[in-house]
Design a protein around this ligand. Structure first.
Ligand SMILES: [Zn+2]
Length: 299
């Protein structure tokens, strides 16, 4: 039985909606799944040949077949064992931003591909050229497929970049502190919304959440109101205001100077240390070791 029906009978969700053909076409197979070298057995339809070789060594929990642009894709859900990796650093803070996608307290900086921006004009032109075509006509459909393919390309580039960064972070750090961003609130801000959705903050956090589990690290979400940007990471003094255009942090209290995002990342790391100590009730020796680590992370 599919998930939609299961949740309907459990009364957690309403009656499953039946989708219109051509909109988000996808279906999930669970139970006994028959896979061969290059074939998959689908109920009613029968055996389907695939373009790529299928992984036959695994027993997938479920298989989802979905249509993206004009192509069909198969995705697998398998139970993966957590693999502990050797961690370079115990604690790290990650600041997410618009200028740089991710800034680490180790002063490592990752830029997001602003994939959408790059293809935006191309996409706009395609949509413009399609404006007079008759809806449902062959030419309209052809153009729609082209547009969908470009959308897909943009999404793939974005996902791929995020995967590389989140894998690196979760493999190499034991505890990762990130800010609980109010993404929906930020998206409401017209000026920021496009840049933010292009960066994929949601996806970034989603990937970190499951990858930290996979690589045996821990994700600490620092509260939304923690002033990571306004606080001096060296003396703890808090600025009353710091405009978005100010890229450099300068402490009026101790004179500490630092890149704004790096300062925020160090604060997030320190907050992750504090929250971990609180949660674990570590003894003083452990806390001392962390304090040493904190100092090493300055810029
Ligand atoms: Zn200071």
């Amino acid at each position: 039985m599919s998930n939609a029906f299961k949740s309907f009978f459990k009364k957690t969700q309403g009656f499953p909606k039946f989708k219109k053909k051509g909109q988000h076409d996808s279906f999930t197979l669970d139970g006994a799944i028959h896979i061969e070298y290059r074939k998959i057995k689908v109920p009613v339809i029968g055996r389907i040949k695939t373009y790529e070789i299928l992984p036959t060594g695994y027993k997938p929990k479920s298989v989802t077949i979905s249509k993206q642009a004009d192509k069909w894709f198969i995705s697998w859900k398998i139970d993966a064992e957590a693999t502990q990796t050797e961690k370079k650093q115990e604690f790290v803070g990650v600041d997410l931003g618009i200028n740089h996608l991710a800034t680490l307290s180790t002063v490592e900086i990752f830029n997001g591909v602003k994939s959408y921006k790059k293809y935006e004009s191309k996409l706009g032109r395609m949509q413009y050229l399609n404006r007079h075509k008759l809806r449902g006509s062959n030419n309209y459909r052809k153009a729609q497929i082209k547009i969908a393919r470009l959308h897909q390309k943009i999404a793939n580039i974005r996902k791929d970049t995020l995967h590389k960064i989140t894998t690196y972070i979760s493999k190499n750090h034991a505890v990762i502190g990130i800010e609980d961003l109010n993404v929906s609130g930020m998206l409401a801000n017209g000026k920021l919304s496009k840049a933010i959705s292009d960066m994929g903050f949601y996806e970034f956090r989603r990937q970190l959440e499951y990858k930290t589990q996979l690589y045996g690290s821990k994700l600490v979400i620092v509260g939304r109101y923690y002033p990571s940007s306004k606080t001096c990471s060296q003396c703890g003094a808090k600025k009353s205001s710091l405009s978005l255009s100010q890229r450099f942090f300068q402490c009026d209290h101790c004179g500490f100077e630092c890149d704004r995002d790096v300062n925020a990342a160090i604060n997030l790391k320190q907050e992750a240390v504090r929250l971990t100590v609180l949660a674990c009730g570590l003894d003083s020796a452990d806390t001392f070791r962390m304090k040493q680590e904190e100092k090493a992370g300055s810029c």
